[in-house]
Design a protein around this ligand. Structure first.
Ligand code: SF4
Length: 328
């Protein structure tokens, strides 16, 4: 595989500018696979700078696949607490168990086998193949999309469609250093070709970039519909004890501990005299009225939580937000 002019420029930039990230530490093949697996799960919905301390703490407590596979789910969730999207932690543990049982503790090098593991889809499997196994894949994340949109000045719906972006990805070509190359392109997107103010003077791709030539850096993206939904949360408390339930009802925050809630209509929300809070989820704006009751009610699958012990429990930040709002 011959290195192209583009890949040479990108790799040269990467060698001089890459960030020191804890999962990039030079280490044994086994550790590299494990570090890639954990970091890729954490990075699925979360930014690099948020992930770093969680990753370091997680690796301290689960230094290898075996320690992760044999720890209790509660312990794994405890070290994930605050990162959100807890199904990632559950799936990571399930994947660790499956890797030990069926793949001799190694990450498969076949994309279909990788995708058969819990929590690993198209994007993560390609990232793992590129980063851990040095295979010639360039996973398409938001950073890579943004670079392509600017290089080719893609603006219309057809131009920014997934199909077209995949075609345009051939611009990058390939490199023998596939692992570094995939990370280098994503790194340029994260550090240089930033969403609002790209630092073109530091970019190795200025000669190839239409956005740079036209000084038009505006990025078109498909509009995501963020629906607004309305809820009533019932706070049952007595002598500093609060009643919480395991969420079996709603598709978001599934199986996590929340205050008892029902969905209501906009009118009920508008005319309610109770305290109101807003919570932004990834695909929904939640408007919640807080209905306080100074008594404890019996509810199936509920638990009583002492206010002073909140930090000992694994609670989604959603529930903590409601806690904070009623404590004010
Ligand atoms: S030259 Fe500027 S706009 Fe073009 S890819 Fe580089 S940073 Fe992005």
């Amino acid at each position: 595989m011959r290195e192209s002019n583009i890949s040479n420029k990108i790799l040269k930039w990467y060698d001089n500018n890459k960030r020191k990230l804890p999962w990039r530490k030079k280490t044994s093949t086994k550790n590299r696979e494990y570090f890639t697996l954990v970091s890729e799960f954490m990075l699925q919905q979360t930014q690099v700078k948020t992930v770093i301390p969680y990753f370091e703490n997680f690796i301290k407590n689960f230094p290898n696949l075996k320690s992760l596979a044999t720890s209790s789910e509660q312990k794994v969730l405890k070290y994930w607490e605050g990162l959100g999207y807890y199904s990632r932690a559950r799936n990571l543990k399930k994947t660790a168990i499956k890797l030990l049982k069926e793949f001799e503790g190694k990450l498969p090098k076949d994309i279909e086998k990788l995708k058969s593991l819990p929590g690993i889809g198209e994007y993560t499997s390609r990232s793992i193949l590129a980063i851990a196994h040095n295979k010639p894949y360039i996973p398409m994340d938001g950073n890579v999309e943004r670079i392509l949109k600017r290089i080719f000045l893609l603006k219309t719906n057809d131009e920014i469609s997934k199909d077209n972006l995949y075609k345009k990805k051939s611009f990058f070509g390939f490199s023998k250093r596939s692992s570094d190359y995939a990370q280098a392109i994503m790194e340029i997107g994260a550090l240089i070709c930033k969403p609002s103010l790209p630092s073109c003077t530091s970019c190795p791709l200025t000669d190839n970039c239409k956005a740079f030539k036209r000084k038009d850096f505006l990025i078109r993206s498909k509009n995501k519909l963020n629906k607004t939904k309305y809820f009533e949360a019932s706070i049952y408390s007595y002598k500093n004890k609060f009643l919480l339930v395991k969420n079996k009802k709603f598709n978001f925050l599934k199986n996590l501990v929340i205050f008892p809630m029902i969905e209501i209509n906009q009118k009920k929300f508008q005319y309610s005299v109770y305290k109101k809070i807003n919570v932004k989820m990834s695909n929904m704006n939640m408007k919640i009225i807080i209905n306080k009751n100074n008594k404890i009610k019996k509810i199936k699958d509920s638990l009583l939580l002492d206010k002073s012990n909140i930090n000992k429990y694994i609670l989604p930040s959603f529930t903590k937000k409601i806690f904070n709002s009623i404590s004010q």
